[in-house]
Design a protein around this ligand. Structure first.
Ligand SMILES: [Zn+2]
Length: 93
């Protein structure tokens, strides 16, 4: 699985990112774009908020996804928010 980070060009309320995971990120993104994916991204679509895939971590799954969601500061890992300073994620083995 691949965990991916989507950066919103304009914040939706307080949300500026979406974290998800999928086997095929491209396919999942297509679902987000046509509104049949995550609800929050469907709302972005409705409001005309643009968003892009900022980063993807291959070989990661639910555990990492949850970690990113829980840390509430996905911006730390986002190369769009922190060009050149995005934090690396090193999973504990
Ligand atoms: Zn960002």
């Amino acid at each position: 699985m691949t965990v991916y980070l989507i950066h919103f060009q304009t914040k939706l309320k307080h949300a500026g990112h979406y974290v998800g995971y999928a086997a095929r990120v491209g396919q999942r993104l297509a679902h987000h774009k046509d509104g049949s994916g995550a609800r929050i991204l469907a709302v972005c679509n409705e409001r005309g908020i643009r968003y892009d895939l900022a980063r993807a971590w291959e070989g990661q799954g639910r555990e990492f996804e949850r970690k990113l969601k829980n840390c509430k500061n996905a911006a730390r890992y986002c190369p769009v928010c922190k060009p050149g300073h995005a934090r690396e994620y090193k999973p504990k083995v």
